[in-house]
Write a protein that binds this ligand. Sequence first.
Ligand code: NG6
Ligand code: CA
Length: 514
Amino acid sequence: MKKNGFNILLFSLIFTQASTQSKHESTSSVKPNIVIIYADDLGYGDLSCYGMKKIQTPNIDLIAKEGLLFSNAHSTSATCTPSRFGLLTGRYPWRQNGTGIAPGDASLIIPMDKGNMASALQTAGYTTAVIGKWHLGLGTKEGIDWNKEINPGPKQLGFDYSFIMPATLDRVPCVYLENQKVVNLDSKDPITVSYQNKVGDDPTGKENPEMLRYKPDPTQGHNQTIVDSISRIGWMSGGHSAYWKDEDIAATITDKAIQFMGRSAAEPFFVYFATGDIHVPRYPESRFRGKSGMGLRGDAILQLDYTVGRIVHALDSLHLTNNTMIIVSSDNGPVVNDGYFDRSVEELGEHKPAGVLRGGKYSIFEAGTRVPLIIKWPGNIKAGEKTDALISQIDLFASLNALTGQTLNETDAPDSYNLLNTLLGKDKKGRDYVIEQSGGLAITKGDWKYIVPNNMNAYNKETNIETGNDAKPQLYNLKNDIGERYNLAKKYPIIVKQLASLIEKSKGDIRTRK
Ligand code: NG6
Ligand code: CA
């Protein structure tokens, strides 16, 4: 028996090795499957492994228990499009115009003449997929014809397979695209989309509020075309057979991810799995609604956790757990009212979505970009560890390249550092400094955080978030004052000067690799 088992193991090792070698040139590197689970608007305090008390997130906690949890990990930006741009390109989004929150009809934002995480992993021999929220534009500047295959898109960037929601869940068109074609489209009911004016005669939240599941916040818009009893940003007509149902989104995209992993089980694969949870409009499956005691936002956290559990379980069933690196993170910090009266504000109770941090989504204070980051890779990352190392999602590109034995091109990923040892828990320091972005910029280096002065609003009334903007320089000592309460800029002018000049230098210098 024992011998047989050994033989099977030996055979499968040789077999895996052979099939890997047939696909790749390089054999020196390790090529685990890589699954990035990227949540939307999940705050630093929104998981029980990060201290949330009100509800439990056992599936995500288990990844932390079996892996490494970061206390000082950052997205590049405090909103979605720029953070996703940074994650995939390894380039700070503020280096390129037009990387702000994209409308649903934006053209493709990620340049095709440079490498990105997907194209690099594809070159390394991975089968690659993006499943879930895209929000990085599609097609060319000439505009998108939603009734045809839309090019360029994920495929041209290096994703072999895509199943995406084009923008945010609150923006039209509210349809899935599989390999850049609208799913379930009836050619007799073509789709038209506009962000300028009403198209067609579909009901809107403004004209037909009686049709709505819950009302949009009148100070925030979201009162245009109604899809699945929720009014959205932007107008669309046609495409009725292709509409998604909000309560099915999580299950639909999770099924697609599981199917992709199943059919790619013999390859090394990369899945960039971007959940719609916990962005607005929130309408999770019925089994989660009302279950958190915190309104739909809390219910969406329960759904997110369940989704993560399904992915982990699928990897187990495929016997891929030990050969898969799972990374869980979020694109930006938390917001409670982001455009709809879904009762998340009223039912929030004592829960603090940002945990100990100040600010939230849209904020240059820490809660804007300091997000959960957990990584698990059995046998390669020690279980149950925590680290205070400074890291940015922008570093994943160079780190994964190093892991898979790839060399970055000279002009690719100029802001991405190879922090593989930090990701694996071997290095406890991480980056020297990181630049954070909301409306303006800030820099964190060691214990210090400096926010560049600007004249934008200090408070976002609609979302009830302190943006951190101030016409005066701000300097905080994060070690003693993680809540950024005591501005020490006047007391330490030399540190202010040093950090201000470091940020200016980074803006000017684009690192090239030689
Ligand atoms: C904002 C929307 C907000 C949300 C956000 C994008 C208004 C007033 N607010 O402009 O509801 O859609 O964009 O969120 O329109 S993100 O997480 O994708 O960046
Ligand atoms: Ca987001």
